[in-house]
Design a protein around this ligand. Structure first.
Ligand code: 3PG
Length: 206
């Protein structure tokens, strides 16, 4: 999963409450070249959204569940076809529950202590959160003692910033509201932003 997330270079975060719209957006993101998508589990339609995306998108789409706070949500995410679980925080018991379910944990960490706690609990990917306010130099500084850690900086990252984070050593970037706003937005504008992200990933990864 780490290699797949690294190859994808970006995780698009779908915080959308209508699963029909989520499928339309997910399809546009996939066609623009983005392979990894996270459906946030903070609304009742999230399991339906994940199932619908799993049914509609090609098999190489990397689908995960986001905003995971409880073991029950981990179970639901696994049932709906998620391959990884993203959380805003570091909770060793939750990380173990994700691993026990056979999924990849992607816990949120904002400090050196949280990064160490996440890694010690078995995480192989760490969501640096909230990355935008922390900034690229903050991640670079963490990569000193935590060399080789697969950081996925997320939170407040703009679609034009992906390349900066990837060049600084991020495994991938998480892109939420800047890429896919919760408020209605034209699919063609979302696709254009996704294409820009895919271009930056390709230029860094080549
Ligand atoms: C998340 O869901 O992980 C973040 O809230 C996404 O943050 P963003 O919307 O600022 O990208």
């Amino acid at each position: 999963m780490i290699d797949a997330i690294r190859a994808a270079g970006a995780v698009a975060i779908l915080r959308l409450t209508d699963h029909r719209r989520a499928v339309a957006v997910g399809t546009a993101l996939y066609e623009a070249g983005l392979r990894a998508m996270e459906v946030t589990f903070d609304h009742p339609d999230a399991p339906g959204t994940l199932r619908a995306l799993r049914a509609e998108l090609p098999g190489d789409a990397l689908l995960g569940a986001g905003t995971i706070r409880t073991p029950r949500q981990v179970e639901r995410a696994a049932e709906c076809g998620a391959r990884y679980c993203v959380s805003p925080h570091t909770d060793p018991a939750l990380i173990r529950a994700v691993l026990d379910a056979g999924l990849e944990p992607l816990p949120g960490a904002g400090t050196a202590t949280e990064v160490a706690t996440a890694l010690d609990a078995g995480a192989r990917l760490v969501k640096l959160f909230p990355a935008g306010p922390l900034g690229v130099p903050y991640m670079r500084a963490l990569l000193g003692p935590f060399r080789g850690t697969a950081f996925v900086p997320t939170g407040g990252i703009g679609h034009e910033d992906a390349g900066d984070w990837l060049r600084a050593g991020a495994a991938a970037v998480g892109l939420g509201s800047d890429l896919v706003p919760s408020a209605p937005d034209d699919i063609s504008r979302i696709a254009a932003r996704a294409t820009r992200v895919a271009e930056q990933v390709a230029s860094v990864r080549q």
